[in-house]
Design a protein around this ligand. Structure first.
Ligand code: SF4
Ligand code: SF4
Length: 258
């Protein structure tokens, strides 16, 4: 978080990937902190992995199609880690008026429409989750066309603080296909790991191979109100190492699949 008071130390890590090495330099809090305070370092990590993935894709003849002002994806169900959901809630509280009320109003309107469509129980994970249901729920929410409460003039108004999953979603297919995404029409830039999922697993002690419960960005303030933080505190470098070990697991799995 940009307003963290914790003392930090500059750390450099080289992530060895099959296509090359990704160098990441980040400021890591050295004291005991909740995951929320590690988010700047994790965002830096995600940015480096995404930039590398985009470069590899372009070298392979598939440049990224995403451009500023293109925001179909900002109407999709965006997953966030618990620490990110809490950060979003805090960020809204920190907004000056009248912006805070505007964003709160957009959230309230989004929830009203999701409730009206009968999708809230499923989106909150309260309904029974049959196989494939999560995808169906995601598409049903997308069809409602609800813009992210932070989307303004088709541009992200919290760009520096946007969730990790927003950073990790880049495509090489026609942007228009993102309006109604299907596996056949949308080609995402392949990434060796999903940082948001590794963070969510680590925070909740979920084994590497198990599915990670989804906190949708559109419900983040509700989720944070029901699950007030901060999360468990651990020394920053140790917390970072544990998340990076989750990446290492994903990389091993990727190599096994090759
Ligand atoms: S993911 Fe799709 S909608 Fe989002 S910026 Fe990229 S091309 Fe545009
Ligand atoms: S936080 Fe920003 S990038 Fe992410 S969905 Fe919302 S407007 Fe789009």
């Amino acid at each position: 978080m940009g307003n963290s008071k914790s003392e930090t130390r500059r750390l450099a890590v080289d992530l060895g990937l099959p296509e090359g090495s990704v160098h990441v330099e980040m400021d890591v809090p050295i004291g005991e902190v909740p995951m929320e305070e590690l988010l700047p370092a994790l965002r830096t990590t995600a940015n480096a992995l995404v930039a590398f993935g985009a470069a590899v894709s372009a070298q392979g003849g598939k440049p990224v199609s995403c451009e500023k002002g293109c925001a179909w994806c900002c109407r999709q169900v965006v997953p966030v880690a618990p620490a990110e959901a809490r950060r979003i809630a805090t960020l809204i509280e920190e907004l000056p008026e009248p912006r805070r009320s505007v964003v709160r109003g957009r959230y309230a309107e989004a929830w009203r429409r999701i409730e009206e469509a009968g999708l809230m129980p499923a989106l909150e994970g309260r309904g029974a989750r049959a196989s494939g249901e999560a995808v169906e729920v995601g598409l049903a929410v997308l069809r409602l066309g609800i813009p992210c409460p932070f989307l303004e003039e088709e541009t992200c108004s919290i760009y520096e603080e946007r969730p990790i999953a927003c950073r990790e979603y880049l495509v090489t297919s026609d942007p228009a296909c993102c309006a109604v995404p299907t596996p056949e029409t949308v080609a995402a830039v392949p990434l060796p790991t999903r940082v948001w999922a590794a963070v969510a697993r680590e925070e909740q002690g979920i084994p590497d191979r198990d599915p990670v419960p989804l906190v949708p960005l559109v419900l983040a303030p509700r989720w944070a109100a029901a699950n007030p933080g901060p999360g468990a505190r651990r020394p920053g470098p140790e917390l970072l190492r544990s998340v990076y070990e989750r990446f290492a697991h994903d990389l091993r799995r990727g190599r096994e699949k090759r």
